[in-house]
Design a protein around this ligand. Structure first.
Ligand code: UDX
Length: 429
């Protein structure tokens, strides 16, 4: 099948490569010439395990090409996926400018029937807007369909999630278009759920907001656990075995970050407000998440009294492990607060790099061990598996004081204490 992907971002590139892996002929376009040039050479602009190999494989197989000739790309492909970004507006609503641009471009180059599929995360009802934008710009009286097919890829495990999804959601009102999309995904074994386009759009926001709610909920329970001297991991395990609740997304920590949860929670709040619906539960989810990095900082300040001129080693910069993405990373908030308290911060992350505004204020070390030498305390902000394998007994003697604040509860508290560390997690004192 010939498929066009508009937008060579994280979602577009990953989706394109998955379709190429399924044997389809994929063209990817983007307005960013450099991105396209790099992708043509097999260079990915983000870190995602396994994706670079797939890129090399399918550039060689010819199943994927990256192009700048947008008009030709629209003309040649009957099936068009829109994968452009929908960033957050100041008021929390989703910004649909890129989506509108893409829709109008499709409209002005539409000379025969096409199926247009929105993969970008968009508020319920957006497919109708896209239809309107295309309708308004098209020159010929040709027909087209707009479908919604949200993605549920997690950064760091995008390949696995795309090849073995829990479900494929398709918002479609046209049976023939539905059948074509079913054919496109034929190689993937997963429940295929067909809904209205608006329902598909809402499913995406509801899923992400529900997962964010689970995280904020367990984070508040963790604070209660600290007060009651109960281990939140025991509580989460006992609760998660109830199949109605499930064990995942119950890891207490410093809060959720990344390009999806924070943005999607706010966008759903915005949709509710615009429809005069009280979704204050999500406002609380957001507020808890905003405070969670500060909770760790409070623990540090209680223990160290003053942070002035103290050397703090921060392990992990990315918003979660297996990605170099630092967008909305709670680690960044913590580092900024540490600096404003007068601490000297040295950080380590295996792949993520410091953003420009922190480069001259923080030292990034090549190894976690280097960052930890002479430190007054260590802060774990991202659960990179390597941090479990650090030679903690050896490092203890190289630190100024052996204190570890584990913002991800990733180390064994009893073991750390038996080595001689003062160890504090979130909800597991
Ligand atoms: C998310 C959704 O999972 C995915 O389905 C969607 O399509 C895109 O957004 P992603 O942002 O890549 O994926 O990461 P995810 O693994 O969901 O984690 C999000 C954040 O929650 C991370 O900061 C993570 O550290 C945090 N988290 C996750 C917790 O704090 N506790 C948990 O138990 C789980």
């Amino acid at each position: 099948m010939n498929v066009l992907i508009i937008g060579a971002g994280y979602v577009g590139t990953t989706t394109g490569l998955i379709f190429a892996e399924l044997g389809h002929s994929v063209t990817v376009i983007d307005v960013d010439q450099k991105k396209i040039n790099d992708l043509q050479k097999g260079i990915l602009f983000f870190y995602e395990p396994g994706l670079d190999t797939l890129l090399t494989k399918h550039i060689a197989s010819g199943n994927i090409t990256f192009e700048m000739d947008h008009q030709k790309a629209i003309k040649d492909n009957p099936l068009i996926f829109i994968c452009v970004g929908t960033p957050q507006n100041q008021d929390g609503s989703a910004n649909l400018d890129f989506l509108r641009e893409a829709s109008e471009f499709i409209g002005s180059n539409l000379y025969e029937y096409k199926i247009i599929v929105i993969k970008s995360t968009v508020p319920a009802g957006t497919s109708k807007q896209v239809k309107g934008w295309i309708e308004y710009t098209k020159k010929d009286p040709v027909s087209f369909d707009v479908l919604s097919n949200p993605e549920f890829l997690r950064e760091g495990s995008a390949l696995h999630d795309a090849l073995y999804p829990d479900r494929i959601i398709l918002g479609s009102e046209n049976d023939q278009a539905t059948a074509l999309l079913q054919e496109l995904y034929k190689g993937i074994k997963a429940p295929f759920i067909v809904t209205s386009p608006s329902a598909a759009e809402l499913i995406k926001y509801t899923a992400n907001s529900f997962l964010a709610t689970k995280i904020s909920f367990i984070n508040e329970i963790a604070i209660l656990c600290d007060k009651l001297h109960i281990n939140v991991q025991d509580v989460a395990k006992g609760v998660g075995l109830d199949i109605r609740i499930g064990p995942l997304f119950l890891d207490a920590g410093i809060g959720y970050g990344g390009s999806c949860f924070p943005k999607d929670v706010l966008a759903l709040i915005d949709t509710a407000k615009k429809n005069n619906v009280d979704l204050s539960i999500l406002e609380k989810v957001h507020a808890v998440n905003e405070n969670q990095p500060g909770y760790l900082l409070k623990k540090i300040k209680t223990r160290l009294i003053s942070l002035s001129a103290k050397k703090i080693a921060v392990l992990g910069l990315s918003f979660k492990a297996q990605t170099d993405d630092i967008r909305q990373s709670p680690s960044l908030k913590i580092i900024k607060d540490l600096i404003s308290e007068g601490a000297m911060v040295e950080i380590h992350d295996p792949v993520a790099k410091l953003p420009g505004d922190l480069m001259d204020k923080v030292f990034q070390k090549a190894s976690a061990e280097e960052a930890m030498i002479n430190a007054d305390a260590i802060l774990i902000c991202t659960d990179w598996p390597h941090y479990k394998k650090i030679d903690w007994p050896d490092l203890k003697n190289k630190m100024k004081s052996p204190i570890v604040f584990d913002g991800r509860n990733m180390l064994d508290a009893a073991e750390m204490k038996s080595i001689g560390y003062i160890y504090e997690g979130i909800g597991c004192e």
